[in-house]
Design a protein around this ligand. Sequence first.
Ligand code: HEC
Length: 108
Amino acid sequence: MKISKFLLIILFSFTIYIQNLSADDAKMLKGLEIFNETAGCAACHILKAAGSEGNVGPNLDTVSLTVESVKEMVTYGLGVMPAYGEEGILTKEEIDIVSFYVANSAGK
Ligand code: HEC
């Protein structure tokens, strides 16, 4: 009895783990699509993981980024970099996803 309860807990944790994994995978795929197509970040930035070679903005593989710092930049822009949030080019959810994608694929 004790053992089967233990096994159930393991199975339960594993299911949650797998669900989180696939949620992150889905986010990474969607983020790639936003980066290359919806938002066109690729036109201005190098990001090896996305196969992009834009040279207007900094090479995103060589700067240090966090999800929060990317979100900030994408929301408010800077100079030539468009303010995707303030100008309503991307939704808040799209900004969250593309920031997650960029922060987790830069330098890879
Ligand atoms: C029209 C060209 C252009 C587009 C499109 C563009 N950017 Fe940028 N980006 C820039 C430029 C230029 C800078 C540098 C801004 C500065 O420092 O003046 C920049 C800066 C950044 C930075 C900060 C890099 C650092 O030095 O820390 C990040 C992160 C970034 N962009 C991500 C994105 C993402 C994600 C997208 C798509 C949602 C995007 N950019 C679309 C031109 C662009």
